[in-house]
Design a protein around this ligand. Structure first.
Ligand code: ZN
Length: 405
């Protein structure tokens, strides 16, 4: 099977996850892809293929060499984002892309002026959706690359390698993908998620993340007779918000700049609640942002002479770089593997969290590699198939380099 046909086959299976579901996996239909992958892994000769009750798929390609080398895993997620439909995906293949705008349907055009990366894709093969759904390259491109590399290794048993593990997870898009991952059973020294954009990008950093709930308590009195008595929680809430730097918001930050983001405000005169998320790659700056919330709380409580403001901080996840910085070999293999295909690697900091970050802190160091996909979670999603082909080669180069080490 050609790589593009593999991807097309996978994206046509609806695997959208659902944040409002409490079942595991969140949607039953993720099993449709999981079962297909299980069958394909078995038929290509992968050992110990497991599809567990929670919809995780695992497989092993045993070592074929005598020496003791690292065992390495490759992981991708099966679900697609709840943000946009993944049902009846109708992929459109553009061979030898000419650099022009791409018409997805009569009303939607993917414009190069909006997505200037397409200027670099001239001559590449590209897969898009017809605009009525997302494409699902996030993360079926990762699955296709891993499956293709596995098939290649099994068809070419003369390539020396250590133990290789494969893992496909459900519910990544709703933040639950790593929860029930069997790290012990996986038994790898380290792994890579293939869940990214440009193929030469290595992501070894993600945000430190916390959430803050700010409760403001007012005193409600009939507005006709409230002079010097009413304390309006809504006004205090606006005051609280005004003390946070407006330039440190998501809409004004990029790259390694952190932010405080107000996600919700609800309330009335007696009680108003503000919800925030706090993000920064840098742990020290992250702690300072949290500190500022506490300082505002203290200041306002002093100003109003009683406990009007209460700040509750919950730390959600940490930057995996904290762990990966002490495991340089994990990143070095990826750097060399990308150089091996004639590309210059680029380190990038993910502005979010990843399953890999969670796995890293749970004992499986796991940076992220690119697949050639982009514009995720919406109608303009695409996969650069030329880069996807390179992603397969990156996997194989990592395997070879680890085997040689
Ligand atoms: Zn993804």
């Amino acid at each position: 099977m050609e790589l593009k046909d593999r991807l097309i086959k996978y994206v046509k299976i609806d695997t959208q996850s659902d944040p409002n579901s409490e079942t595991i996996p969140s949607t039953k239909k993720q099993f449709d892809l999981a079962k297909l992958l299980q069958e394909e892994l078995i038929s290509m000769g992968v050992s110990d293929v497991i599809l567990d009750e929670h919809c995780y798929v695992y497989g092993t390609i045993p070592s074929n060499i005598d020496k003791d080398v690292f065992s390495v895993g490759f992981i991708a997620h099966m679900d697609t984002s709840p943000d946009y439909s993944g049902k009846d995906v109708n992929p459109i293949l553009i061979s030898n892309y000419d650099g022009k705008d791409i018409e997805l349907n009569s009303e939607m055009t993917l414009k190069v002026s909006d997505f200037p990366q397409f200027k670099n894709y001239i001559g590449n093969d590209i897969l898009v959706s017809d605009g009525t759904t997302l494409l699902g390259a996030d993360d079926k491109a990762g699955i296709a690359a891993i499956m293709h590399a596995a098939k290649y290794l099994l068809d070419n048993p003369d390539i020396p390698h250590g133990k290789i593990k494969i893992g496909f997870t459900p519910d990544e898009e709703i933040g639950r993908g790593a929860e029930l991952f069997d790290i012990k059973g996986f038994g790898c020294d380290f792994a890579y998620t293939l869940d990214g954009d440009e193929v030469n990008i290595i992501a070894d950093e993600n945000f430190n993340a916390a959430s803050a709930i700010v409760n403001i308590y007012g005193t409600s009195i009939h507005p006709g007779s409230s002079k010097n008595k009413m304390v309006n929680a809504i006004n205090l809430a606006m005051e609280f918000h005004s003390y946070l730097p407006s330039f440190k918001r998501p809409e004004h930050t990029e790259k390694r700049e952190g932010f405080n983001h107000i996600t919700e405000i609800e309330g009335d005169v007696s009680n108003t609640k503000l919800s925030y998320i706090i993000r920064n790659h840098d742990k020290e700056l992250f702690m300072k942002q949290i500190e500022l919330f506490k300082e505002i709380e203290e200041f306002m409580n002093k100003k109003y002479g009683s406990k009007r403001v209460s700040v509750e901080i919950k730390e959600n996840y940490e930057n995996m770089y904290e762990i990966l910085k002490d495991k340089p070999e994990v990143i070095d293999f990826a750097k060399l593997a990308i150089n091996d295909i004639g590309l210059e690697y680029k380190m990038e900091s993910i502005r979010g969290g990843t399953d890999g970050a969670r796995l890293t802190f749970d004992g499986l160091p796991c940076p992220n590699l690119g697949t050639g996909g982009g514009n995720f979670h919406g109608p303009y999603e695409y996969c650069n198939l030329t880069q996807l082909d390179q992603a397969v080669k990156v996997i194989l180069n990592i395997v070879r380099r680890v085997g040689e080490a």
